[in-house]
Design a protein around this ligand. Structure first.
Ligand code: ZN
Ligand code: ZN
Length: 145
């Protein structure tokens, strides 16, 4: 909303967790490539108008608590989503069994990253209004990373 209260703090580990609080994780590193995808699949997977997702280095990610409560839904070609079996929060995306990224909604505090692009806005829901001024692509971004 506003950036006035945004202040730089020394980089410590990023933490995150689910809605009920039983599952927690930490990341000893930085998030990167934050993006929001407005395609119909992401709307369903994230139960929202779009995804809000950032990539992590799998070596820097670790579960702190509640790992046994995770359930994985394997969607397509090696991709999976891990969610809390108690409260349903989707926490992480996996690729070929490794942590690939985190859902920004489950990250605590300020992870010092902003959504850099909105993709697949050509298939957004009719009820969603995307604000002017954001970087957006009708489908995949040009380099498709
Ligand atoms: Zn939970
Ligand atoms: Zn999508």
């Amino acid at each position: 909303m506003d950036n006035i209260s945004k202040k730089k703090k020394p980089q410590t580990s990023i933490t995150g967790g689910c809605f009920c609080g039983l599952i927690k994780y930490k990341i000893e590193g930085k998030l990167r490539d934050a993006r929001s995808c407005h395609c119909p699949d992401c709307r369903k997977a994230f139960s929202a108008q779009a995804s809000a997702y950032a990539l992590v280095n799998p070596d820097e990610f670790s579960w702190v608590s509640g790992k046994t409560l995770l359930t994985i839904y394997k969607s397509k070609k090696g991709e999976g989503l891990q969610f809390c079996s108690i409260c349903g929060s989707t926490l992480t995306g996996t690729l070929d069994g490794n942590i690939h990224g985190v859902t920004l909604g489950c990250v605590n505090d300020d992870p010092d990253i902003e959504i850099g692009m909105h993709i697949y806005v050509g298939s957004k829901a009719n009820w969603e209004i995307i604000p002017d001024g954001v970087i957006k692509y009708q489908e995949a971004p040009p380099e498709n990373i």
